[in-house]
Ligand binder design. Structure first.
Ligand SMILES: [Cu+2]
Length: 141
């Protein structure tokens, strides 16, 4: 009986939270360095659904453009950034954006990112609803 109830609750939840299949937590951006116009943001993107979702773009009013980037080590041993046009997040998986790895790259920041302020951006998915993120500007320790 108890299992049946749990099953029913799960069924109801899966129907009602379908729109919130993807969740973002721990979103933050680095303050921009004075005299520069590029910025970087980090977060954890979690896919609660039972199907993979594909992140394929970032929109923001805070910069001229924003892209998903990753740091990769080239054949010469040098670390460089590369645009990730499509990032697939498997069912019940999460991807952590962090310094030295995946990041949201902001090009042409319109108003410098200052500690304590918030930067809004929107994640665009190929197969899930767009998700707006409000990231806090945090100091680099
Ligand atoms: Cu980058």
């Amino acid at each position: 009986m108890k299992q049946l109830v749990v099953g029913l609750v799960c069924l109801l939840l899966s129907v009602s939270v379908q729109a919130a299949q993807v969740e973002v937590t721990e979103a933050w951006v680095k303050p921009t360095i004075p005299g520069t116009v590029n910025g970087a943001g980090y977060m954890v993107v979690r896919n609660h659904g039972d199907k993979a979702v594909t992140l394929r773009g970032i929109e923001t009013a805070a910069a001229r453009a924003a892209e998903v980037h990753q740091h990769v080590t080239g054949e010469d041993g040098m670390m460089r950034m590369r645009r990730v046009p499509e990032l697939v997040i498997g069912p019940n998986e999460s991807v952590t954006f962090e310094p030295g790895g995946y990041h949201v790259m902001f090009f042409g920041v319109k108003i410098p990112f200052k500690v304590g302020e918030e930067v809004a951006f929107q994640l665009q998915f190929a197969d899930a609803e767009a998700l707006t993120v409000n990231a806090e500007v945090r100091p680099l320790h």
